[in-house]
Design a protein around this ligand. Structure first.
Ligand code: C2E
Ligand code: MG
Ligand code: MG
Length: 435
């Protein structure tokens, strides 16, 4: 009898969290739908996926990942009514079945509550860990005709929430299907743009504020489309998803080294800073290709810097590290971009061949407004200093922000105060004016 009970438990519940598993969840949805039909009520299914859970697992270990999942299960259960079902599908995916809620507003209210409780930081030993959820919601009978479709549409809505910047919830609606079609159209447009060579390089000067000389330039991609200039924040994520970014970056690097050679020939010995996407960094061929290009354009390796992001380092630690070591061996410098916006930066700073950090604009813009941001910048500067790394302050727009960095001996400045990103020809003029 005991063994039978145990078998039933195993077949219906998730071993880690003790929550209902997919099988039991589906069962509850079937029954829920029956009930809703009879009572002419609606039923909502919330698909919850944790944002960046993999990074936590990778950086803090699976033990902490497990503890976190258990804690999320506990919090969700406490937040909801007895009659609601909280289930775990596996990995970092949870599903909540809400029965007997009257209006969309009520459901929104519950979703907001779930966002809040899941996002509250957790303490595991010495680690404070924060994780946010993306939640997709599908409603019966509006969004689906049966249980399987309801789950599928809640999942689609969850992806919509991810796209909308994570840490939010979205409903599945007809417009969302419309969006899926539009996305396909965007994919096609991007592929065509690459075929038609519609990407161009812009350059933003990096200035030494002490000497007022341009010491470097960051190359930033732009899409010269029929509708005008499109920002990289609009197309880089899609290019990464479609794995077009590697090809795009290689072409961009080639154009950039040509421009750089031109500037070097005119006596402007600036360095070039290039953003490298995570998946590109995982390519062992990146170092070899870079070596080849440097040779082709006869540029010393120390005039090239690659900017990588923390999230980029965490995806596939091993191969990314290997590429970084090869690049470092070549003499190409590496900087951590958007510093302070990701996870466990300190660990990576120590382990990896990082030469410098770029302080993110999100901290810089609050100088003079939010003293805690100022304190964080100070901590970053002193840490970089003691690790022997250089610092570039990004997004410096005002004299006040500049003065803040000057007082703290951070002289590498990139921002609208000195110059906005500009096409190569304009950059040539800018360099001429400087001398
Ligand atoms: P990022 O690498 O952090 O680049 C800095 C961004 O901040 C640029 O935006 C730049 O125009 C902007 N910025 C610089 N100074 C200021 C300022 O004073 N005020 C304000 N408001 N903004 C400032 P952009 O060009 O739109 O690029 C956005 C992001 O797109 C970049 O952030 C980078 O992550 C990505 N990106 C751009 N080009 C490439 C590329 O070729 N490859 C990859 N993988 N990513 C790229
Ligand atoms: Mg950058
Ligand atoms: Mg940045």
């Amino acid at each position: 009898k005991l063994a039978e009970d145990e078998l039933r438990y195993l077949a219906n519940y998730d071993a880690l969290t003790g929550l209902p598993n997919r099988a039991l969840l589906m069962d509850r949805i079937y029954h829920g739908i029956d009930q809703a039909k009879r009572d002419k009520r609606s039923l909502a299914l919330c698909f919850i996926d944790l944002d960046k859970f993999k990074q936590i697992n990778d950086s803090l270990g699976h033990d902490i990942g497990d503890l976190l999942l258990k804690e999320i299960a506990r919090r969700l259960t406490l937040t909801l009514r007895e009659s609601d079902t909280v289930a775990r599908l596996g990995g970092d995916e949870f599903v909540v079945l809400l029965e007997g809620y009257k209006t969309q507003d009520n459901i929104s209210h519950v979703a907001r509550k779930m966002l809040t409780v899941v996002s509250e930081p957790m303490q595991f030993g010495t680690h404070t860990v924060g994780v946010s959820p993306s939640i997709g919601i599908a409603v019966y009978p509006e969004d689906a005709i049966n249980a399987a479709e309801l789950l599928k549409h809640a999942d689609v809505a969850m992806y919509h929430a991810k796209e909308a910047g994570r840490n939010n919830f979205q409903f599945f609606t007809a417009e969302m299907n419309e969006k899926a079609h539009m996305r396909l159209a965007r994919e096609t447009r991007l592929r065509n743009a690459l075929k038609n060579d519609e990407f161009v390089n812009f350059y933003q000067p990096i200035v030494n504020s002490q000497t007022r000389q341009v010491v470097g330039a960051e190359v930033l991609m732009r899409w010269q489309s029929a509708e005008g200039l499109i920002s990289p924040t609009e197309f880089i994520p899609l290019a990464e998803e479609l794995r077009l970014i590697i090809n795009m970056t290689n072409l961009m690097l080639e154009r950039a080294l040509q421009d750089l050679k031109h500037w070097h020939n005119n006596g402007h010995l600036i360095y070039l800073s290039v953003n490298i996407s995570p998946q590109h960094l995982e390519q062992p061929s990146l170092a070899e290709h870079t070596r080849h290009l440097l040779k082709k354009y006869d540029i010393p390796a120390n005039h090239l810097r690659f900017e990588v992001t923390e999230s980029g380092l965490m995806r596939d630690h091993e191969s990314a590290i290997e590429t970084m070591l090869s690049l470092s061996f070549l003499g190409v410098q590496l900087a951590l971009d958007d510093f302070g916006t990701g996870y466990s930066s300190l660990k990576y700073l120590k382990e990896l061949p990082i030469d410098g950090i770029k302080i993110d604009r999100s901290f810089v813009k609050d100088i003079g407004i939010d003293s805690s941001d100022e304190t964080i910048i100070e901590a970053m500067l002193s840490m970089a200093n003691s690790l022997g790394m250089y610092c570039v302050a990004e997004g410096v727009e005002t004299e006040q922000q500049l003065a803040f960095f000057s007082r703290r001996q951070c002289y590498l400045i990139q921002g609208y105060l000195f110059a906005r990103p500009m096409p190569a020809a304009q950059m040539s003029d800018y360099l001429l004016q400087e001398h």
